[in-house]
Design a protein around this ligand. Sequence first.
Ligand SMILES: [Zn+2]
Length: 60
Amino acid sequence: MTKLKPCPFCGSKAKMERTPINPYYYVICTNLECDATVGRFQPTEEEAVVVWNRRDGEEK
Ligand SMILES: [Zn+2]
């Protein structure tokens, strides 16, 4: 699997999360004060990583 880059905002480690109900993945920053969530829900971990690494998933 593609490696997660550090958070684009604070440089902290990022981690993969999975929604509890639907099988969707997203990446969040582990720094609680940063609270960055990049990317909408993705159907696979790989896609969630790609979106995070591109840093273009900030649309609300
Ligand atoms: Zn961060």
